[in-house]
Ligand binder design. Structure first.
Ligand SMILES: [Zn+2]
Length: 418
């Protein structure tokens, strides 16, 4: 019996290792955890039921391949099955369910593809455990930093290396999961939006123009810690007083930029660390973390420069020292124009409402896009809620996702009916 909706629901439940999607505390499957491994095992079962060839690569990514000819080009699709702590059951999982659903549709329609089709569950996509994201896709794309990763720890002081080894990965060889150029012809990730644009504007599908990667600044202000009772007001060197105007400056300057720029820019003072953070001591050192994003790289870099000069001005005004460190600054990833156009045309043909949009969140596809022509497709998140137990995307939208990918693949693989 054929019922796509029911199959999607059952697959969603299996990959989430649950009988109900509505769980009070959501889903917790951190990268390289036992839970992530169990979800990968479910994926293996489902994929082999679809007749796909399955294997785990050296870093722990789970592959499922519909191989028609080892020498034919391969279209890759994929996403992830790990989650944040108490996250939703759709982030990552929806993309895997839909990719498998599309393959099931092709088989049901007796399409005989002329190209191979691969689905990949990338390991440890979320930065929730180690502060480092997309470990699996970075390894495939060859953008790893092994010496740094060896030292990075989770909150229980377990290093990435230890976590990988416990998972069964060989630390000395995991980089061999790297893929050569001819591994893929193209790559598509389908993901829930995790924002509210599609739901608010009643669109079925989002076709991503660019993914904005952040510039991250760490600003450290050095004042002098002293007794709050005995230091007179005109004799202080309060680091918090000196640097705190920066919080409003970041907000106000970002609002100003958005009034006139084509692409939006978002900027957030997202962390504050006050030292010694004691009731009767004047703050001696304050660290602010600032996250700045836009798909317009010049805009975000100019903004970071502007913020740096405000820091210097505040330092002079309050006679303190300020240090600015750039923790991250990568070029934003712009989609493959050709793939974007194919999806736009296909949505028009199918009578689906869609919009071209940007992604404020990072995804595995941004690593893949550095090596292969890639596309990112969004389906709605109700009320834009994500990384939260209330994350929800109706089955109807998963079904539309399957139709879109099925049509795309049918066009791409040049298949014919058997
Ligand atoms: Zn995700």
């Amino acid at each position: 019996m054929f019922d796509l909706k029911e199959w999607l629901l059952q697959t969603l439940l299996k990959l989430n290792l649950t009988n109900f999607m509505e769980l009070k505390y959501g889903f917790t499957r951190l990268g390289f955890s036992k839970q992530e491994k169990l979800a990968h095992e479910q994926f293996r079962k489902i994929a082999s039921n679809l007749g796909l060839k399955i294997w785990q690569d050296q870093v722990g990514n789970q592959w499922a391949l519909w191989e028609v000819d080892p020498n034919a080009p391969t279209i890759g699709m994929g996403s992830h099955l790990d989650t944040v702590v108490e996250g939703g059951g759709y982030d990552g999982v929806a993309g895997i369910v839909i990719a498998l659903g599309a393959i099931r549709e092709l088989k049901r329609k007796n399409i005989n593809p002329q190209k191979n089709i691969a689905v990949i569950c990338f390991i440890c996509e979320e930065s929730a455990r180690f502060g480092i994201s997309t470990i699996g896709s970075k390894t495939i794309a060859g953008t790893i930093n092994k010496s740094m990763w060896e030292k990075v720890t989770d909150k229980d002081n377990i290093t990435i290396r230890q976590a990988m080894e416990e998972y069964g990965i060989n630390w000395d060889h995991f980089q061999n999961a790297y893929c050569e150029e001819n591994r893929f012809e193209s790559f598509i990730e389908l993901h829930i939006e995790q924002g509210n644009q599609l739901h608010k504007n009643k669109k079925d599908i989002g076709i991503v123009y660019g993914i904005s990667t952040p510039i991250r600044l760490k600003v450290t202000a050095y004042g002098i810690a002293n007794h709050t009772g005995t230091s007179l007001m005109d004799e202080r060197n309060d680091a918090l007083v000196a640097i705190s105007p920066l919080i409003s400056i970041v907000q106000e300057e970002a609002l100003k930029i958005n009034e006139k720029s084509k692409h939006p820019l978002v900027a957030t003072v997202s962390t504050v660390n006050v030292q010694p953070n004691v009731m009767n001591v004047i703050p001696g050192t304050v660290e602010l973390g600032i996250d700045i994003r836009s798909v317009d790289d010049k805009l975000k870099r100019d903004f970071a420069k502007n913020i740096s000069s405000h820091c210097k001005r505040l330092a002079e005004k309050h006679q303190i020292k300020v240090k600015i460190e750039v923790l991250a600054d990568e070029d934003s990833v712009i989609r493959d124009k050709n793939i974007q156009e194919k999806f736009s045309e296909l949505c028009e043909h199918m009578g689906l409402s869609y919009c071209i949009m940007n992604s404020g969140a990072g995804h595995d596809v941004m690593n893949m896009a550095k090596r292969w022509p890639s596309g990112l497709i969004f389906i709605p998140s109700i009320n834009g809620i994500s990384h939260h137990p209330d994350e929800y995307t109706p089955l109807r939208n998963l079904e539309l996702g399957v139709s879109v990918l099925t049509t795309y693949l049918t066009n791409e693989v040049g298949g014919y009916h058997k």
